[in-house]
Design a protein around this ligand. Sequence first.
Ligand code: BTN
Length: 273
Amino acid sequence: MSRCASWSEGGDLTRQAMAGRLTGGLFTADRYHHQPEIDSTNRLAMALAQAGAAAGSVVVADAQSRGRGRMGRCWESPAGGNLYVSMVLRPEMPVAHAPRLTLLAGVALHEAVSAYGIRGARLKWPNDLLVDGRKMAGILTEMAAEGERIRHVVVGIGVNVNGCADGFSPEVAARAVTMADILHSPCDRAGVLAALLAAMEEWYVRYVRDGFAPVRAAWKERGLLTGCRACIDQAGATREVWLEDLDVEGFLLARTAGGELVRVVAGDVVMMG
Ligand code: BTN
């Protein structure tokens, strides 16, 4: 990631500024919440959902002090041009299908950054968007359930749009890439947010109407799968595998060196080579 004072900018994400760009029927301006700084947009979105906020409620912040990442990690969230957004959904579906929403969000994210000129982005199962092996964005889906049914879901997405390496720890800066790095110029953060919300709505409506098959097909077109070597870390055990496919449920299928086909339902995937 570059050290770039001039890219520490981006669009105005306030409701007033975004209202004209929220043109769909789900993520509307009246359900849009903006905070200059917050602990975690996912935390607030979950609290709003718990208190009855409608599906389509959105929480956006310019910075997060305790951004949440997958597997209990922290998502470093400096001010200065990145996107931190969480969306409330109330899908009528079983708890077991909730991980599909992460894959759906990945497809929407890929579409949004592609619309802003990012070429060659690939999805890494289950929740990362990479460009040349570096992380441009991540997704964290959280959920509340009543028995086997979902009560609400929050899909949180962090996108490195214009941020600078100076805002990150050296470890994160070494693995991250921004849209501005790839485009060699600042990127319209508000436009990326609008494109992301529009793509999310489109894919969500399609998923509710047509089921998971179109999402799976779209993810496979954009994902790191056949021919990719990876290390899979599941409950502390690490295995080198060749990635093969996404199964009909959205879980990862991988082949071990011994020829065994494994179905990965959780865990970390680290790309090799
Ligand atoms: C990951 O790659 O581990 C997932 C990162 C998700 C980060 C986003 S930023 C907006 C939303 N709010 C959070 O606290 N986390 C998600």
